[in-house]
Ligand binder design. Structure first.
Ligand code: GLP
Length: 253
C-alpha cells in the first residue's frame, strides 16, 4: 500500500489529480470509478481546473458511480448522480451518456443491482476513487459487510446518516437506504485511490494501516488489494506520522 501524506487539502487534491491524469492518458478508453463526499471535492475542483486551463480531457473516459442513495427525487441535488454531474461531469468534457450509475428508481431494484454489478465487472474499472467513512465504511459497505459482497441495496447506519446530514437541510432527509457496489466489486478495480482528511478519520485510517483485516472494518480489505494509494492529510493519520514530516511516503509493507 502506498501512503501519501500531503500537507493540506490543496496538496491532496494535486497529488490525487496527478494520479487521475496519469490514468486518463494511459489508455484509450479509461474506465474511472467515482466517489462522492467532502474528501473528494477538492480533487474534482482541481480536475475541472486542469480541464479548463490545461486541456485535461475526459472525452474518452467512462465514469461509474460507487454508490447511490435510494428514495430521493431524481432531481434532488444530493442524489450522487447529480452531485457528480455538478462537481465534475458537467464541468468537463465527459460525455453525459458515459456517466453510469445504478437506476435507483427501478421497480426491480435487486435485478438492477445485479445488472449494474455485471456492468462494472465488464467495464474493468482501471482507477477507483474512494473515500472512507468514520466507521471504516467503503462506499456504503457498512461494518459487517462481507468481503465478497456484490452490488446490492443496503440500510445505512445511524453513524453514516448522521455524518451525511451536513449535506441535507435536515437530518431526517438523509435516506435510510442506498445501493452500493460491494466490497468484492470494488476489489475488482485495478487501482484503488482512497482520500481521507481530518482527525475524524484518523481512527479508521490507522486501523486500516495497522489493525486486523476484518469485516468489522470494511476498509481493512484494502490491505489485501495489490494496488492501493491512500492520499491523506496529517490529521487523518496523526498517530502514525507524529515523527514524520508531512509529504513523506510511508511504506506500510
Ligand atoms: C459517504 C459515501 C462514501 C464516502 C464517505 C466519506 O458515505 N457514500 O462513498 O467515502 O461518505 O465521505 P466524506 O469524504 O464526506 O467524509
Amino acid at each position: 500500500m502506498e501512503v501519501i501524506v500531503a500537507s493540506d487539502s490543496d496538496e491532496m487534491a494535486n497529488r490525487a489529480a496527478d494520479i487521475v491524469q496519469a490514468f486518463l492518458v494511459s489508455t484509450h478508453s479509461p474506465a474511472l470509478g467515482l466517489a462522492t463526499g467532502a474528501s473528494v471535492q477538492p480533487l474534482y475542483r482541481e480536475l475541472v481546473r486542469r480541464h479548463r486551463e490545461e486541456s485535461l480531457s475526459f472525452a474518452a473516459a467512462r465514469a461509474f458511480l460507487l454508490d447511490e442513495y435510494v428514495g430521493l427525487d431524481p432531481d434532488h441535488p444530493q442524489l450522487y448522480r447529480n452531485v457528480v454531474r455538478t462537481e465534475l461531469g458537467g464541468q468537463v468534457d465527459l460525455r453525459p451518456v458515459h456517466l453510469f450509475s445504478p437506476d435507483v428508481c427501478s421497480a426491480e431494484l435487486e435485478e438492477e443491482c445485479a445488472r449494474y454489478d455485471r456492468m462494472i465487472s465488464r467495464a474493468r474499472i482501471g482507477l477507483q476513487i474512494l473515500g472512507i467513512g468514520r466507521n471504516g465504511h467503503l462506499a456504503f459497505n457498512e461494518p459487517g459487510s462481507a468481503f465478497d459482497s456484490r452490488t446490492r441495496v443496503v440500510r445505512l447506519t445511524a453513524t453514516t446518516r448522521a455524518d451525511n446530514a451536513r449535506f441535507f437541510d435536515t437530518p431526517d432527509e438523509v435516506p435510510r437506504r442506498a445501493v452500493t457496489q460491494g466490497l468484492g466489486t470494488i476489489m475488482g478495480a485495478g487501482h484503488l485511490m482512497v482520500m481521507a482528511s481530518g482527525a475524524a478519520k484518523a481512527t479508521a485510517v490507522v486501523s486500516v494501516l495497522r489493525g486486523p483485516v476484518t469485516e468489522a472494518l470494511p476498509a481493512s480489505i484494502l490491505r489485501t488489494h495489490p494496488r492501493v494509494t491512500l492520499v491523506l492529510d496529517p490529521r487523518a493519520v496523526n498517530p502514525v506520522v507524529e515523527s514524520h514530516e508531512a509529504g513523506m511516503r510511508i511504506p506500510t509493507r
